[in-house]
Design a protein around this ligand. Structure first.
Ligand SMILES: [Fe+2]
Length: 156
């Protein structure tokens, strides 16, 4: 039976997966912040959508961290460490237009999507199809969310 060789995970896979995890965690925090502070005529819609995003990301970070552990790599964690590892930009802090929260989250999803693509490719190059599968699923979710957020901003 062929399985992933978990004792010889490449440095490239563990680094890319750790960055992807940090970006996902940071994006989760940004979605939560937007959920709290969004205001205006689209409040109910966006408040609920941002919650859906952080709930999805909460499950995603657990899956990514536990995949690292399955590969015998220790997962990074803690806000300071994630802030250091992540390049996800911050949504506005405090009062802002609803569209600016959406625009900020678009940038966050784009950054996290780029990390997911890098992790997918690193896993593919290592023949780690199981990690690649997790990344592919996350890529689909980020692309779908980006489509929805970009659609919201059209003609606004
Ligand atoms: Fe809430």
């Amino acid at each position: 039976m062929s399985t992933t060789n978990t004792t010889q995970t490449s440095e490239a896979v563990s680094t890319a997966l750790s960055t992807f995890l940090a970006d996902s965690y940071s994006l989760m925090a940004q979605a939560h912040l937007a959920h709290w502070n969004v205001e205006g005529p689209f409040f109910f819609e966006l408040h609920a959508n941002f919650q859906k995003q952080y709930e999805d990301l909460f499950e995603a970070v657990d899956e990514l961290a536990e995949r690292l552990r399955a590969l015998d790599v220790y997962a990074p964690g803690g806000l300071k460490t994630f802030a250091r590892l992540s390049t996800v930009p911050e949504v506005p802090a405090g009062k802002a237009l609803a569209k600016d929260f959406v625009a900020g989250l678009i940038e966050g999803h784009e950054t996290t999507l780029a990390s997911a693509l890098a992790a997918r490719d690193a896993a593919g190059n290592s023949g780690d199809l199981e990690t690649q599968d997790i990344c592919v699923k996350r890529i689909q979710t980020h692309e779908k969310t980006l489509w929805m957020l970009r659609s919201f901003l059209k003609n606004l």
